[in-house]
Design a protein around this ligand. Structure first.
Ligand code: PMP
Length: 413
C-alpha cells in the first residue's frame, strides 16, 4: 500500500476549507483533484517551452514535441497499448466515442444492423449510438441489469445476434459503481463478429487496465478523472480499426501532401488530430499517469475497495438510506449512490456542502438508468479516489445524520 498522508500532501486543494470546514471531496466520479506534479508540469510547459508541436525546428518546438509525444507513450504504456500509434488525443471520453460513431460506425452500421449497449450507460455512450441507429435504420438493443445491479450477462449474450455490428458498454458505471466483466463481454461480442467499444471513463482511473488483454477495438477515457487536466482524453483503437477509420476533421497536421485538388492523410494517429492540439494538457496527462504508475494501480484499487467496504458498512447505520449498486466488491468500484427516504438529493447535497462535504446529486448523465431502472428522479452519489480516507467517510455519515436532523427525519440530538 502507499502512504496516504504523503499522497494527500501532494494535492493542494485537499487542505482548503469549505464553509469553515475541511474539504471532504467525494465527487471523484465527476472529476478528480490534481496533484502538484501535474500542476507543475503545466506551469513548466508554459514558463519554459511553450511552443507549437510538430512544426518547428527551433528548440522550444522540439522540446514541446518531445514532451507531447512522450506523454502519449506514457499513457500507451499505462494501458499496455502495443504502441503509442494506437492512441488518439481527444478532449474527453465523449469525443472519443463520438469519433468512433461518426467515422468507423457510420460507415459500417446499416439498416437492420444492431448495436448492443447496457442499461447503465452514461449518455455519452448511449446518445451517439441511439442517434446513429436512428439515422441508419439500425436497432439499439439494451442489455439488462440483474436485481443485484450487476450486468445480466445472459441477457447481454442473448442480444448478440449475427447482425450485431458493435457492442458498446461501460467498464464501470458512474452511478452504481458496477464493474462489468469487460474481457468476457468482448469475447462474446467477437464470437458473433461484432466490434467492441469500452467506455473506460471510470475504469482507467481506478483499475489496472491492459487493453491488449481486454481485446477491444476501441477504449475511451478522459484525463480529468485520473488526476490529469480537463480538456484531454484518449481514444485507444486496435491497429486495424484505426487503419480503417476515415479522418473526421480536416485541416492542418492531419495531412501528408496537399494540392489545390486533393490531399493525402498523415500517419497514425496524427490523421485524427487536425489543428493545434491540447499540448499542455497532454503533457499534464503524462505527469498524471507517472503519478498513478508510481503508486501502482493494484494499490489504488485495493485502497478504494477497502474504503468502499467501510462506507457500505457505515451506510447500514442509516435506516433512511437506500444504497444502490452491487454488494459484491469484485464487481464494484468506489461509488456509493443512495437515496434518503423523504429527502430530495439536491437539498441533501446543499446541506452536506455547508459541512464541507462535496458529493454529486442528480441523474449523473444516466437519466434512463436513474429514472426508469432505479425509479427515482435523482440520487446522491459519493465517489472515492486514491486520496480519500475512512475519516472522510465518517464525516460524510455525520453530515448525513445532521441533514436528517435538519429536515426533521431523525431525532435532534
Ligand atoms: N462515461 C462514464 C462512465 C462517465 O462516468 C463519464 C463522465 N461522467 C463519461 C462517460 C463522459 O466523460 P467526459 O464528460 O469526460 O466526456
Amino acid at each position: 500500500m502507499y502512504d496516504l498522508s504523503a499522497v494527500r500532501a501532494d494535492f493542494p486543494v485537499l487542505s482548503r476549507q469549505v464553509n469553515g470546514k475541511p474539504l471532504v471531496y467525494l465527487d471523484n466520479a465527476a472529476t478528480s483533484q490534481k496533484p502538484r506534479q501535474v500542476i507543475e508540469a503545466l506551469v513548466d510547459y508554459y514558463e519554459r517551452y511553450n511552443s507549437n508541436v510538430h512544426r518547428g525546428v527551433h528548440t522550444l518546438s522540439v522540446e514541446a514535441t518531445d514532451r507531447y509525444e512522450e506523454a502519449r507513450e506514457k499513457v500507451a504504456r499505462f494501458i499496455n497499448a502495443p504502441s503509442a500509434e494506437h492512441l488518439v488525443w481527444v478532449r474527453n471520453t465523449t469525443e472519443a466515442i463520438n469519433l468512433v460513431a461518426k467515422t468507423w460506425a457510420a460507415e459500417r452500421v446499416g439498416p437492420g444492423d444492431r448495436i448492443v449497449v447496457t442499461e447503465m450507460e452514461h449518455h455519452s455512450n448511449l446518445v451517439p449510438w441511439q442517434q446513429l441507429a436512428k439515422e441508419r435504420g439500425a436497432e439499439l438493443a439494451i442489455a439488462a441489469l440483474g436485481a443485484d445491479h450487476k450486468l445480466d450477462e445472459a441477457d447481454f449474450e442473448r442480444l448478440l445476434t449475427p447482425n450485431t455490428r458493435l457492442a458498446a458498454f461501460t467498464h464501470m458505471s458512474n452511478v452504481l459503481g458496477t464493474i462489468t466483466p469487460a474481457k468476457r463481454l468482448a469475447e462474446s461480442a467477437r464470437r458473433v463478429g461484432a466490434a467492441v467499444l469500452i467506455d473506460a471513463a471510470q475504469s482507467v482511473p481506478h483499475l489496472p487496465i491492459d487493453v491488449q488483454d481486454l481485446d477491444a477495438d476501441f477504449v475511451a477515457f478522459s484525463g480529468h478523472k485520473m488526476l490529469a487536466p480537463t480538456g484531454i482524453g484518449c481514444l485507444y483503437a486496435r491497429g486495424e480499426a484505426l487503419e480503417q477509420m476515415q479522418p473526421f476533421l480536416h485541416g492542418g497536421e492531419m495531412v501528408l501532401e496537399v494540392t489545390y485538388e486533393d490531399a493525402s492523410w498523415n500517419y497514425l494517429p496524427m490523421r485524427f488530430e487536425a489543428g493545434t492540439p491540447n499540448i499542455a494538457d497532454a503533457i499534464g496527462m503524462g505527469a498524471a499517469v507517472d503519478y498513478l504508475a508510481a503508486l501502482g494501480m493494484e494499490n489504488v484499487r485495493r485502497h478504494e475497495v477497502e474504503l468502499t467496504r467501510y462506507a457500505l458498512r457505515r451506510f447500514e447505520e442509516l435506516e433512511e438510506a437506500v444504497v444502490y449498486g452491487p454488494a459484491d466488491l469484485d464487481y464494484r468500484g468506489g461509488v456509493v449512490s443512495f437515496h434518503m427516504e423523504g429527502l430530495h438529493p439536491h437539498d441533501l447535497g446543499q446541506v452536506l456542502d455547508t459541512e464541507g462535504v462535496a458529493i454529486r446529486t442528480g441523474h449523473h448523465c444516466a437519466m434512463p438508468l436513474v429514472r426508469s431502472r432505479l425509479n427515482v428522479p435523482a440520487t446522491a452519489r459519493a465517489s472515492f479516489y486514491l486520496y480519500n480516507t475512512e475519516e472522510e467517510v465518517d464525516a460524510l455519515i455525520e453530515a448525513l445524520n445532521k441533514a436528517l436532523r435538519y429536515f426533521g427525519r431523525a431525532p435532534r440530538s
